[in-house]
Write a protein that binds this ligand. Structure first.
Ligand SMILES: Cc1cc2nc3c(=O)[nH]c(=O)nc-3n(C[C@H](O)[C@H](O)[C@H](O)COP(=O)(O)O)c2cc1C
Ligand code: SF4
Length: 404
């Protein structure tokens, strides 16, 4: 099956991605007109019926989140698009914003209409200069076409504060408010108390792009692709030892092995040309052996059988010459560097994990590593500390993948 293109424009699309011509070509005029003609509750019902789950990593049902924001009490509501994307191996939002910035912004406007928000922010990773430029141009186009303006929802673009933790939703809110990007203790959740204490809807770029395509069509069309577990398509950032690394859009339920090997997708394993393992789900992802890959499809239930998750859609491929202990060391350093230091289990835990791995603990101190991991998972304030040991544990559970 060839790559499906719903979120990403067809490769034959030649117009400027931020232009009024592209707006019409992609059907965003239809999506906006349809959304504004609908009652906000009807839109939320459609988003729920579509089964869209958040594409930023946690896969929380999008419609349920919208309903919570809509019902939350507040004199003002906000929508935030999370384009901070700073996790290792994750680059699909950058591709999406470069290729279709208008789609993501249309998703923001539809979300704002549905939850009755008056202001929206797009928080984009500071290094994404080209994507930021496209986003600004697209915002200009929406103003020119009258979809964003003095009488409607205002959208403001904010550049990220230069840290992976700034993508965690509550750290991001602090950053927008002008504070250090440190996570807040939850609850309260942003749906009730977000920006400046007001109900706030935070969604990943890809989630919002899904809403735009849904509204440009309908629920039945949207559900034509997908698995019994999740409808629609997913952007996958394929990197490492594959012949054709890049961002691909495939339906949920797609066999992982085909994703790596199909000639119009990964094109096969590069390097030694023999598959060693993949890391699925980003830096806090799970290593899978080639048997597990051959037995899995891209959906949450299928991957959960091996303790794995799609996360934000990062898929790193390693040939059989790569020493995964080296990969793990890199991941441990990433988490140790990126911990905001606010809570002890994560600040000290990520450091100790790195030290143990650097000193051969993967073979000699496995019990200590497991105990430390459990403490981090149980006692860290936010997802960074809670998920930092996931890749480590997955390798400890697959000793056959550890060489030497
Ligand atoms: C350390 C950390 C970094 C994160 N970075 C991002 C990010 O860059 N982009 C993103 O959409 N979500 C990120 N998330 C998840 C967000 O907290 C939040 O769940 C997400 O933006 C919600 O949108 P969604 O429901 O559309 O996925 C991160 C979470 C953690 C713990
Ligand atoms: S878990 Fe880590 S990143 Fe999250 S608040 Fe605690 S120290 Fe900061």
């Amino acid at each position: 099956m060839p790559e499906v293109r719903r979120l990403l424009p067809e490769s034959t699309c030649r117009s400027d991605p931020a232009s009024p011509a592209r707006f019409t070509e992609r059907g965003w005029d239809r999506a906006m007109e349809r959304a504004l003609s609908m009652d906000p509750d009807e839109i939320i019902a459609d988003v729920k019926a579509s089964g869209i789950k958040g594409r930023g990593g946690a896969a929380f049902p999008t419609g349920v989140k919208w309903e919570s924001v809509k019902k939350a009490l507040g004199d003002m509501r906000y929508v935030v698009m999370n384009a901070d994307e700073s996790e290792l191996g994750t680059f699909k939002d950058r591709a999406l914003l470069q290729q279709d910035p208008l789609g993501a912004l249309v998703g923001v406007l539809i979300a704002a209409h549905a939850v009755d928000a008056q202001k929206a922010y797009c928080y984009i990773r500071g290094e994404y200069r080209q994507a930021e430029g496209r986003l600004k141009d697209a915002l200009g186009t929406l103003r020119q076409l009258g979809w964003v303006g003095p009488n409607g929802v205002d959208i403001e673009i904010r550049r990220g504060a230069g840290a992976y933790i700034a993508g965690e939703e509550t750290a991001l809110l602090n950053s927008i408010e002008g504070k250090r990007a440190e996570p807040r203790v939850k609850p309260p959740f942003p749906t009730n108390q977000g920006l400046w204490g007001r109900p706030t809807l935070i969604q990943n770029v890809e989630t919002l792009a899904n809403v735009a395509v849904l509204l440009a069509h309908d629920v039945n069309w949207f559900k034509e692709y997908g698995s019994s577990d999740t409808s629609g398509t997913k952007l996958i950032g394929l990197s490492g030892h594959v012949r054709r690394p890049g961002v691909y859009e495939v339906p949920f339920g797609y066999p992982l092995a085909n994703l790596l090997n199909d000639s119009d997708l990964g094109g096969g394993v590069a390097g030694s040309q023999r598959l060693g393992a993949i890391l699925i789900g980003g830096a806090a992802g799970t290593f899978l052996s080639s048997d597990e890959i051959n037995d899995s499809v891209l959906d949450y239930a299928s991957l959960a059988r091996y303790g794995a998750n799609i996360g934000s859609g990062a898929l790193m491929v390693f040939d059989d010459t790569v020493d995964l202990r080296w990969v793990l060391r890199k991941l441990a350093r990433f988490f140790s560097d990126e911990s905001c230091g606010q809570c002890v289990p994560c600040r000290i835990g990520t450091r100790r994990v790195l030290e143990l791995i650097e000193h051969g603990g993967l073979t000699t101190r496995q019990d200590d590593l497991r105990e430390l991991s459990q403490a981090m998972r149980d006692a860290s304030i936010c997802g960074l500390g809670q998920t930092a040991p996931v890749a480590l544990l997955s390798l400890l559970d697959r000793p056959d993948l550890i060489q030497g």
